[in-house]
Write a protein that binds this ligand. Structure first.
Ligand SMILES: NC(=O)c1ccc[n+]([C@@H]2O[C@H](COP(=O)([O-])OP(=O)(O)OC[C@H]3O[C@@H](n4cnc5c(N)ncnc54)[C@H](OP(=O)(O)O)[C@@H]3O)[C@@H](O)[C@H]2O)c1
Length: 271
């Protein structure tokens, strides 16, 4: 059971979306927070709202696409806030174009933020967790981390990667008898603005998710040490349909409109 009260929870991407809502949820429960984002104003707003709950908040404006920045900031965090108990790797970006149209800089940024930042943050905080034999690593992957989707090639690759990374960590911790928990979160599209414009063809099977619902499930998974949260749960059927062969798998995805969902994508930035 990972309690947030009496613990320090680090959340990346805390200025917006899931990160902001999760920070507020942790603060309401009495947990102290280290909040990281590149958006200074948004981060200040989240920090203020969390601080108003009476908990300690350490905000850091950082561009986590830089490994050096991550390691430099991690050293400051250890010094200023103390050991991190719960690490929530949440910040993410999306290009939202076909692979042919995606500029190389955007592809690189996708891997830097969605994948490598997760890896470097774990590298930065894991030894301390091992020394205290206590910790929880939460990875915000995606439903696009278990199925490849048109116009999300770089995003899917980055999300499959952190899914595998976290699963492998879980097995290493288990083998070494460490009491460090991991949680992988794989949500379908949610209404945070990141995927503005996406369409879902069969909403009674695959609804666009409310961010509050996703965050409530993430919070519960942290408290109950759940290793995997797939939202909505029907998305787990991906693994079943894969057993029926590629043709059936593709046909089911087409019926559900998975591969046309991004045709109307606008996102936050259209550059
Ligand atoms: N929303 C969905 O439909 C959905 C579905 C499945 C999975 N997810 C995943 O859930 C996570 C949170 O998504 P969200 O919808 O809450 O996104 P969001 O509202 O866009 O929030 C992401 C936050 O991360 C920050 N960020 C991006 N790049 C950064 C960098 N280099 N350094 C520091 N901070 C950075 C963003 O700042 P800027 O505003 O400056 O970019 C933003 O504040 C992401 O990993 C996303 O891939 C989202």
């Amino acid at each position: 059971m990972s309690e947030v009260r009496g613990a320090i929870t680090l959340i990346t991407g805390a200025a917006s979306g899931f990160g902001k809502l999760l920070a507020l949820r942790v603060a309401q429960e009495g947990g102290d927070l280290v909040l990281v984002d590149r958006d200074k104003e948004g981060l200040e707003a989240t920090s203020e709202a969390c601080g108003a709950c009476g908990v300690k908040v350490w905000p850091y404006v950082v561009d986590i696409s830089s490994r050096e920045e991550i390691f430099r900031t991690a050293a400051r965090i250890k010094d200023e806030a103390g050991p991190v108990d719960i690490l929530v790797n949440n910040a993410g970006v999306v290009t939202g174009r076909s692979f042919r149209e995606a500029p190389v800089e955007k592809i690189e940024a996708t891997f830097a933020v969605n994948t490598l930042a997760h890896v470097w943050l774990v590298k930065a905080f894991l030894e301390e967790m091992i020394a205290r034999n206590r910790g929880h690593i939460v990875t915000i992957s995606s439903a696009a981390g278990i199925i490849g989707v048109r116009r999300l090639a770089d995003y899917c690759a980055s999300k499959f990667a952190v899914f595998g990374f976290t699963e492998a960590l879980r097995m290493e911790f288990k083998k070494e008898g460490l009491r460090i928990k991991t949680t992988i979160v794989a949500p379908y599209y949610a209404k945070t603005g990141m995927f503005e414009g996406v369409r879902t063809r069969v909403p009674w099977v695959l609804p666009l998710l409310e961010p509050e619902y996703v965050v409530a499930r993430i919070f519960k998974a942290i408290k109950k040490d759940r290793p995997l949260v797939v939202l909505p749960p029907v998305v787990r059927s991906v693994w079943f349909f894969r057993l029926l062969g590629v043709r059936v798998f593709d046909a089911v995805a087409d019926v559900l409109g998975v591969h046309t969902s991004m045709d109307t994508f606008v996102g936050r930035r259209t550059s």
